[in-house]
Design a protein around this ligand. Structure first.
Ligand code: GAL
Length: 638
């Protein structure tokens, strides 16, 4: 570990059955030896609470703690994460283990951070068992206060679903056709909260026993089941597991996007890349290996996007078990001849040179408005089109800005948005009054907004907002949407811009009546021929641009370029295509990250002198040479 420059390791994540081999019988001796050894070697511990995989004795004694799917299938022990999130048995056993661990290790010098659970919800994001049913009822009682309130919120007069007592209410189990959408949405909220309560149980113990020790739990990027806005607010440090697929050419962009989300979840605070693989994973159909330089590139990318730590799953490649074919820092074969090991050692040496970057932050002028609840509601079935997928919509915006090297934050639509000059709303199907007003205020006071179709359609109960689509944004956009005309797979529609430019739209089209907005582009050739497709409206001191279709990538890039220009948003650097440029700053110091995602070498123009921290070389105004998948971290000026 010293050779590889390791100074923090996650320990004991799946060790419950070793730490507590029988109920209440704790064995810490082996872990004491590990932590003592780490400490002697100058390595700190991100000590796991070990609750992600309950020991066989627990579920054997309490089978009612096992999770059950919507169609009644029980998930049995024998892999990991086999617990119902609402199970009191699981929660109290976890709390007892954490109490024992925290008490035992409170004063251990290697204890640097607590790693609570592991990837909450990764395999079991929700449970439909009887215990969950009761917990769901309690959650609903708290939310609605009365059965009448619930009936109103769920619109239960539809299809004769009116409830007369709480006992009748179930989680949305397998039904003949669509379960009530408001019920499904509430169940998603409840399920995210149920896991958050598991986390909170452990956090409560840790904060009481070791109040000074920071706490994290590892996130998984844009993980749909958990509302990470709520979760991140309860963490001291945001951490993230990143497994981009080397076979997918969009992976570099997606990893950057997840990194930006992590920075945003922590309100700009540095985060930690908790897990990535050195070479290859084991859980895809085909586990394509990272190309030469890709592990280094993606590690530096995490730092560029705000990480202050870069870690791996796993230290030593296992000999047995389900993950023995997953790469590690120390491979099965001899380290002397392993390119993976030599890459790991080199990376450790390089990262050590980035000490000065730690604690620095990035400032974005652009925010993508992103809300888990809206994502959940959007992707419930029975819509005008099931082809509107949240992540595709987000990526359509993000990819263009990534290519243009414009830094983007993610923000909850109800947040204070006053720091942003450009707001992007890929889709905000569900919106509350407060969030709608916050967006309106931000535009009125000067921001530019780019909003896509099918936003502002329902309220938090998943009821249509009456008064014309998109009801909360009609005045802001200066238009009414009369009705939707979704496009089928493979179908697209021509777009004609006022300046003569042309483009294509996919997924969606709609019939718009203008009410003050000007037309930037019309549909052309379809039965909406000549009707508005892209509009712009002045609202207060700001501008609201509306997209009634999903423009092709080139058109999207052009629109974003125009929006950036009107909002005076600039790129981090003028880098050639395929080179990612991001800046982190601290006080008067600034660090420019240049990351070449291409296999071929490239020269990047820079205008300031500085030092490339990655290799210690001096750089001068002119061109910086980046080799195949090469990186530079330029400490600018000082
Ligand atoms: C993560 C998990 C690790 C390991 C890894 C494999 O989901 O936290 O324990 O399974 O994936 O890629």
């Amino acid at each position: 570990m010293r050779e590889a420059g390791v100074n923090l390791v996650s320990v004991g994540i799946f060790s419950w059955s070793r730490l507590e081999p029988a109920e209440g019988n704790f064995e810490f001796g082996w872990l004491d030896r590990v932590l003592d050894l780490l400490h002697k070697g100058g390595v700190d511990a991100d000590l796991a609470t070990a609750t992600a995989s309950p020991p066989p004795w627990l579920s054997h004694r309490h089978p009612e703690m096992l999770p059950v799917l919507a169609d009644g299938v029980t998930l049995w022990p024998g892999s990991r994460q086999h617990y119902c999130p609402s199970s009191p048995v699981y929660r109290s056993a976890a709390a007892r283990l954490v109490e024992a661990l925290a008490t035992h290790y409170a004063d251990h010098p290697s204890l640097n951070m607590w790693h609570v659970g592991n990837e909450y919800g990764c395999h079991v994001p929700a449970c439909w068992c009887d215990v969950s049913a009761q917990a769901f009822r309690d959650w609903l009682l708290h939310r609605y206060g009365s059965i009448d309130g619930l009936n109103e919120a769920w619109g239960t007069d539809f299809w004769s679903q009116r409830y007369s007592s709480w006992e009748e209410i179930l989680p949305p189990r397998r039904t003949p056709t669509w379960p009530n959408p408001s019920q499904q949405l509430d169940f998603m909220r409840f399920s995210s909260d149920a896991l958050l309560e598991c986390y909170e149980v452990e956090r409560g113990v840790l904060k009481r026993v070791t109040p000074e020790v920071p706490i994290t739990t590892n996130f998984m990027g844009f993980f749909k089941p958990l509302d990470y806005w709520k979760w991140a607010a309860r963490e001291d440090v945001v951490s993230h597991d990143s497994y981009p697929d080397p076979a997918d050419e969009r992976s570099g962009m997606r990893a950057a996007m997840a990194g930006d989300l992590m920075r945003s979840l922590g309100q700009g605070r540095p985060w930690i890349l908790m897990e990535q693989t050195t070479h290859r994973v084991n859980w895809r159909d085909v586990n394509v290996a990272k190309a030469p330089g890709q592990m280094r590139l993606w590690s530096f990318q995490a730092v560029a996007r705000g990480a202050d730590g870069v870690m791996f799953f796993q230290w030593r490649q296992a000999r047995a078990g389900a993950e023995k074919h997953h790469s590690a820092m120390v491979p099965h074969g001899p380290v002397e001849t392993s390119p993976t090991w030599s890459d790991v050692v080199t990376l450790g040496r390089e990262l050590a040179r980035l000490e000065a970057v730690c604690g620095s932050r990035s400032t974005a002028d652009v925010a993508v408005l992103f809300d888990w609840e809206s994502w959940w509601a959007l992707e419930l079935p029975s819509k005008p089109s099931n082809r509107v997928r949240m992540m595709e919509q987000v990526e359509a915006y993000y990819a263009a800005l990534f290519e243009a090297n414009v830094l983007v934050d993610f923000a909850h639509p109800g947040d204070d948005l006053s720091g942003y000059r450009l707001l992007l709303m890929p889709n905000l199907y569900l919106v509350g009054d407060g969030a709608a007003a916050a967006v309106g205020r931000a535009v009125e006071s000067g921001a530019t907004l780019l909003m896509s179709f099918f936003s502002g359609i329902v309220d938090p109960a998943e009821h249509i907002r009456l008064g014309g689509y998109p009801q909360p944004f009609r005045a802001l956009l200066g238009l009414d949407v009369v009705d939707f005309h979704p496009l089928s797979a493979g179908e697209d529609v021509a777009l004609q811009f006022a300046d003569g430019a042309q483009g294509r739209g996919e997924i969606w089209s709609e019939d718009i009546r203008l009410n003050g907005a000007e037309v930037l582009a019309t549909f052309s050739g379809s039965h909406l021929d000549g009707r508005p497709a892209i509009t712009r409206h002045r609202a207060g001191n700001g501008t609201a641009i509306y997209l009634a279709t999903q423009p092709d990538p080139k058109t999207m890039a052009r629109l974003l370029e125009m929006a950036c220009a009107s909002a005076s948003v600039e790129a981090s650097a003028d880098a050639p295509s395929g080179v990612e440029a991001v800046r982190r700053t601290a006080g008067g110091k600034s660090f420019l990250f240049l990351l070449n995602h291409r296999e071929v070498a490239v020269d990047v123009p820079i205008s300031t002198a500085g030092v490339n921290l990655a290799d210690g070389s001096s750089v001068h105004p002119g061109l910086v040479h980046l080799g195949s998948r090469g990186v530079a971290v330029i400490r600018e000026g000082w």
